[in-house]
Structures are given as structure tokens and as C-alpha cells.
Design a protein around this ligand. Structure first.
Ligand SMILES: Cc1cc2nc3c(=O)[nH]c(=O)nc-3n(C[C@H](O)[C@H](O)[C@H](O)COP(=O)(O)O)c2cc1C
Length: 196
């Protein structure tokens, strides 16, 4: 099976990228990791993970300045790429094919090869410029996947919320991580019956 490329940029939520790497490692799926300078900064700020920890989780780690890395070329086969989290700056770089770092170049390659590119874009609130970038990204083939909680899954902890989004992102690649799934409205309807 071809590897999945994982990009971590400087949006809030570095933990999403970390958990994706952990899950894929456990499932024996190879990963190629690229993390931006600001991705490393938020990783340090928001989590107890270090760059060294990430290197252990990924099958291959590429320096963000290494524009000559395997994942910079479409001839290197992958299942696609997840950017988790995706900052607005990186979103803008991807939309405009501004490949001045390896993360953006790898995302651009993923799109030109018509492979799956999932962007866990994180910013609030969104101004019209952000919304236009998101539309443009969707138009050129990216899947926009903001890391938002699903309360119907009854999360108890932040970890539950993260695991759910990670599971739903990996659904995009046909990978089932065993997250709780909506199985129909009946139960919800029963519990609301006494309110009507
Ligand atoms: C703690 C922290 C949280 C941030 N959260 C976000 C965010 O959620 N979304 C965003 O677009 N930028 C966020 N930023 C700003 C980006 O890190 C900044 O725009 C950076 O230039 C992005 O660079 P990169 O895309 O190359 O990683 C955050 C910065 C810090 C320090």
C-alpha cells in the first residue's frame, strides 16, 4: 500500500496531526511527514510532543525546506495527503500553487495527480477572503475538513473530540478506526418523544 503524506502547519490543533500519525503507525500504514516551522512552534506550545517524538511516529520525515524530497514529485506514488491542521497561510499557498516549502509543494503535487488532499483548516471567524480561498481549494479538488466536534457522538473528553475528527478524516481514505457512528434517528427520536 502506498504511503499517506501528513503535513502539519501552524494552525491551532497540532494534536490532530500527531494522532493521525499514531493511528496510521498502529495500523501499519506508512506515512511521510512534513511540518512547517510554525507547525513546530504550535506543537511545542500546545502539546508535550517534540520533533523527535514525531520522527518516531512517521515512517519518513522530510525537512520542510527539502523541495527535492520524494513527496515533491508526482512520480512518487502516495494514497494522498492530509494537512492537519491547515493554517490559512498554508491554505493560501496551496490554492495559489505557491510551493516555496515542501508541505505546499507536496499538496500541489497531490492535487495535480488527482489524489486525495484533505485540509483540516482551522480559523475562526472566517472573513470573505478566507471563504474565497476555501471555495477555490474545493474547486481545484481539495476536501475541506475543518476539525469540528460532532456532539451526536457524545464526546466526554477533548481526546474523544480529536479521535472523532481523526477517524472521520481517515474515513476519506477508506480507513475505519472504529469511531462511534450514527446508526439512525430512532433512538434520538425516542429520547425526545416526551418533549413533544
Ligand atoms: C498558538 C498559535 C495558534 C495559531 N492558530 C492559528 C489558526 O488556528 N489558524 C491559522 O490560520 N493560523 C494560526 N496561527 C498563525 C499561524 O501559525 C501563522 O499564520 C503562520 O505564519 C502559519 O505558517 P505555516 O502555514 O507555514 O505553518 C497560530 C499561531 C500560534 C502561535
Amino acid at each position: 500500500m502506498h504511503p499517506i503524506v501528513v503535513g502539519i502547519s501552524g494552525g491551532s490543533g497540532a494534536i490532530y496531526g500527531v494522532r493521525i500519525l499514531e493511528v496510521l503507525q498502529k495500523l501499519g500504514i506508512d506515512t511521510h511527514l512534513v511540518i512547517t516551522q510554525h507547525g513546530l512552534a504550535t506543537l511545542r506550545y500546545e502539546t508535550d510532543y517534540t520533533a523527535k517524538d514525531l520522527r518516531k511516529l512517521a515512517t519518513v520525515t522530510h525537512p520542510v525546506r527539502d523541495i527535492g524530497a520524494a513527496i515533491a514529485s508526482g512520480s512518487f506514488l502516495t494514497q494522498g495527503m492530509i494537512v492537519a491542521p491547515c493554517s490559512v497561510k498554508t491554505l493560501s499557498g496551496i490554492v495559489n500553487s505557491y510551493g516555496d516549502n515542501l508541505l505546499i509543494r507536496a499538496a500541489d503535487v497531490t492535487l495535480k495527480e488527482k489524489r486525495k488532499l484533505v485540509l483540516m483548516v482551522r480559523e475562526v471567524p472566517l472573513h470573505l477572503g478566507h471563504l474565497r480561498l476555501l471555495t477555490a481549494a474545493a474547486e481545484i479538488g481539495a476536501t475541506i475538513f475543518p476539525p469540528l466536534p460532532a456532539f451526536y457522538a457524545h464526546p466526554k473528553t477533548v481526546e474523544d473530540i480529536v479521535a472523532y475528527s481523526v477517524g472521520r478524516v481517515l474515513d476519506q481514505f477508506g480507513i475505519d478506526t472504529g469511531i462511534p457512528r450514527w446508526t439512525g434517528q430512532k433512538k434520538a427520536e425516542q429520547s425526545c418523544a416526551d418533549l413533544q
